[in-house]
Design a protein around this ligand. Structure first.
Ligand SMILES: [Zn+2]
Length: 451
């Protein structure tokens, strides 16, 4: 017994050293410019490769286009179980430096007032650095592994997912993981109840149909309105699309998440939130009333932009609008397209051009790695709850589930709603405390299923 506990202790890194080291490494990683477009993710891959090389961990850089590269590194295990993959993307979205506080800009990596500032702190160089440091800690502790632990840092998640597409198309035989963790969820403070931090672990992601709706008609001179012009037809078609009524459909993930929230709160909430019937009758109206939760329980249709106009005095023969539809599991892109066609069938001169389509997919939450993540996030503390959710956006995990991977999304940071605004916004930052705690949480979850 004594021997066993000292062995377990031996596997535990010195957090007082590992935490600050990780913060410093993250600050340096945030200074590496991988803004996408254009990406230049080779720089990010090289940065991580150098960090790992210092610890004697080899890695492979796959430059699939000039300056665009993925990185794969592996700690070999006994092969008793299929590999576990720690996934991040090395690219970050663009920023408007003028709106960031001087000295705390998007490429600064400045550490001040208990935070690390920079584009990617939350999305998602922060987690990418934690994953690299988990690999390094496992190596330093010489933990015997029952499976390979693979670090996969991919390019271009923010624009076209070219990096993950490349992995799936050309390198999957080298990876073949059964489980993965990636972005997709966060711990959000006071999400549903004051004082409760809800760790929303993404176990499912909505699918997508991106399409152009194109109206054509007679071109001509703007001075003379005529029936059957393209702009008028587009207007009529958009109005017809406005009649789209989304039916609420609470996902199995959300029922389970709410059940767990109830268990943490106790009392009457525990039994209310454990009953899908009660949740449906009491909460559907509320969930439909707020845009983020409405998106979580419906297929959505969003007109996101218009194009095709020339000069004010020219009637073009074609104008179009962009449509972003997000689909719950059970709705295919083809079904959504059929709905759009049906809604606009009475408007002449309308056609659709599909730009991108992906079906929703999900992983089970009854899974040892899901349990390990949930346990590591909450650390068994009251006021901390972790459960599965269906993400309204998609990540690279969407590519992996069709390959049989149990893919989960959780960035192990507990953030305020104010901090969350930094993702794709201004003043993106992560607290030093979150980096240090997040490293410990992720390490423990990985160790639990691999050590
Ligand atoms: Zn991201």
């Amino acid at each position: 017994m004594l021997l066993l506990s000292s062995l377990l202790l031996a596997a535990e890194p010195d957090w007082a050293l590992a935490g600050p080291e990780t913060v410093q490494n993250l600050a340096a990683y945030l200074q590496v410019d991988t803004t996408n477009p254009p990406g230049n993710e080779l720089r990010g891959a090289q940065f991580l490769a150098d960090l790992l090389a210092k610890e004697g961990i080899p890695s492979q850089i796959d430059e699939f286009a000039p300056g665009r590269a993925n990185l794969i590194a592996r700690l070999p295990g006994s092969g008793q179980e299929k590999p576990l993959c720690l996934i991040s993307h090395t690219d970050v979205v663009t920023a408007e430096p003028a709106f960031w506080e001087p000295g705390k800009g998007p490429l600064s990596g400045t550490i001040a007032d208990g935070f690390v500032y920079g584009r990617g702190a939350l999305d998602m160089k922060g987690m990418g650095m934690l994953e690299a440091m988990v690999l390094i800690q496992l190596k330093r502790q010489a933990v015997p592994l029952r499976r390979d632990v693979i670090l996969l840092a991919v390019a271009d998640e923010e624009v076209n997912s070219l990096g993950m597409q490349r992995v799936v198309d050309t390198m999957w035989d080298q990876i073949g993981c059964s489980h993965s963790v990636n972005e997709g969820g966060l711990g959000i403070q006071d999400l549903m109840f004051e004082g409760q931090t809800a760790w929303a672990i993404s176990a499912a992601e909505k699918g997508v149909l991106w399409a152009k709706i194109i109206a054509s008609g007679e071109p001509g001179h703007g001075s003379t309105p005529r029936p059957g012009q393209a702009p008028e037809r587009l207007h009529a078609a958009i109005e017809a699309l406005g009649k789209y009524k989304a039916k609420p459909n609470i996902s199995v993930e959300l029922y389970e998440f709410l059940r767990r929230v109830g268990v943490d709160r106790g009392g009457i909430l525990k039994s209310l939130l454990a009953s899908p019937g009660m949740v449906r009758s009491l909460l559907t109206g509320r969930l439909m009333g707020s845009p983020p939760t409405r998106a979580a329980i419906t297929d959505t249709l969003n007109v996101t932009g218009y194009g095709g106009a020339h000069e004010p005095n020219v009637v073009p023969s074609e104008v179009w609008a962009n449509l972003d539809c997000r689909l719950q599991p059970g709705t295919t892109p083809a079904q959504m397209l059929a709905r759009l066609q049906d809604l606009t069938k009475d408007v002449p001169g309308i056609r659709f051009e599909v730009l991108s389509e992906k079906e929703a997919n999900r992983s089970p939450w009854e899974d040892p790695f899901f349990d390990a993540l949930a346990e590591a996030m909450t650390e068994g503390k009251p006021g901390q709850v972790a459960g599965p959710v269906l993400s309204v956006g998609f990540t690279d995990s969407l590519f992996l589930r069709p390959l049989g991977v149990h893919a989960y999304g959780i960035v192990p940071f507990s953030v305020t709603q104010e901090e969350m605004k930094g993702m794709h916004g201004h003043a993106e930052r992560v607290s030093v405390e979150n980096v240090e705690n997040g490293l410990r949480k992720l390490y423990r979850a990985v160790l639990k299923v691999s050590g």
